[in-house]
Design a binder for this molecule. Structure first.
Ligand SMILES: [Fe+2]
Length: 325
């Protein structure tokens, strides 16, 4: 009898290196309007995360207690992205270098990194500063050793990892620099072609595990006939980005929301995602929260996926919560 294959899944690690930890109050400084700044501060303090730089110890906890997975997939967001331009910012880059080094030191060849939106850059929630930068992409590929596309066969499974910000580029386009837009489009075309090929090579009877940081990308995958043809073979799509199961429940309630264009990039991006959130269910999504979860519920943790390599039994998912100090 074949031994089951165990995948450890982490997401939204938001590791804070020394330079990022010095940027206390970074979000407030990006907001010009004092009223909006107070609202943002209250939201971060009571709901999201009071101190975004205080949770590196959770990664250390995982590394200490989980030594023996067959594969480790980190589903994106390796830094705190305190300049909102991804790893083109030196401080964010250093956070990612440190975070990836810790993971690779323990898991070595068993480790796979998926791109989160914060790898490439993303406009700040309230201040509208920053966005995607091509330098961030180049640093991820060439300096952090993160292949943008991942397709690995494991028994009857095809594990496929995609870059959600590229797939969802139509939503993120306004956050790119005009001078870089054409090159982002080109990268997206190449990436979509890789996704088509991976789905095309999947034989009937085989199963697919998809890893995609931001579920905003999922409706765009449905524009590919090769994905639609194999949709029933997707056993799970592991997403991150939402940080907490409570946010996923809220997103499901708000599915179908009309797009809001007049409150800045972030609201337009989020309302676009929610407008199409109804199709997320086709992908059988499994949310991996951030290691910390959110301040209000402290509901972070990680998942174990146990695969029967013959494909006879469905993947078994077990959630492991993490305790705050
Ligand atoms: Fe995140």
């Amino acid at each position: 009898m074949t031994r089951p294959f165990q995948i450890l899944v982490l997401s939204d690690l938001h590791y804070a290196g020394p330079e990022e930890r010095r940027r206390v109050g970074h979000e407030g400084r990006a907001i010009a309007n004092p009223l909006l700044r107070s609202i943002a501060r209250a939201y971060r303090h009571w709901i999201w995360l009071r101190d975004p730089f205080a949770h590196n110890y959770l990664l250390e906890q995982v590394l200490l207690q989980e030594k023996d997975p067959d594969l480790v997939v980190a589903n994106g967001d390796f830094s705190c992205d305190t300049a909102f331009v991804g790893h083109s910012d030196e401080a964010s880059f250093q956070s990612a270098v440190e975070c990836l080094a810790r993971l690779r030191a323990v898991y070595g060849e068993r480790f796979r990194a998926i791109y989160g939106d914060h790898e490439l850059g993303k406009a700040s929630l309230f201040g509208g500063k920053g966005g995607l930068r091509r330098v961030s992409w180049d640093r991820c590929v060439h300096e952090l050793g993160m292949p943008p596309f991942w397709h690995q066969r494991i028994g009857h499974y095809h594990c496929i990892g995609v870059v959600s910000s590229l797939v969802a580029l139509p939503v993120y386009r306004l956050e790119t620099l005009v001078s870089e837009r054409a090159s982002w489009e080109l990268l997206r075309e190449e990436h979509m072609e890789q996704i088509r090929e991976a789905f095309e090579t999947t034989q009937s009877g085989e199963r697919i595990l998809l890893f995609c940081h931001d579920p905003t990308a999922l409706p765009f995958l449905l524009e590919l006939p090769e994905v639609v043809a194999k949709l029933s073979q997707i056993e799970r799509t592991v997403v991150g980005h939402l940080h907490s199961p409570s946010l996923l429940r809220l997103s499901r309630r708000l599915a179908g929301l009309p797009r809001i264009n007049f409150l800045g990039h972030s609201v337009r991006r989020m309302s676009t995602a929610l407008g199409r959130a109804g199709v997320w269910e086709h992908f059988k999504i499994l949310l991996c929260p951030s290691l910390a979860g959110i301040e209000l519920f402290k509901d972070g943790g990680y998942w174990w996926l146990t695969l029967d390599l013959t494909g006879k039994v469905e993947v078994v998912c077990h959630f492991q919560p993490l305790q705050w100090k």
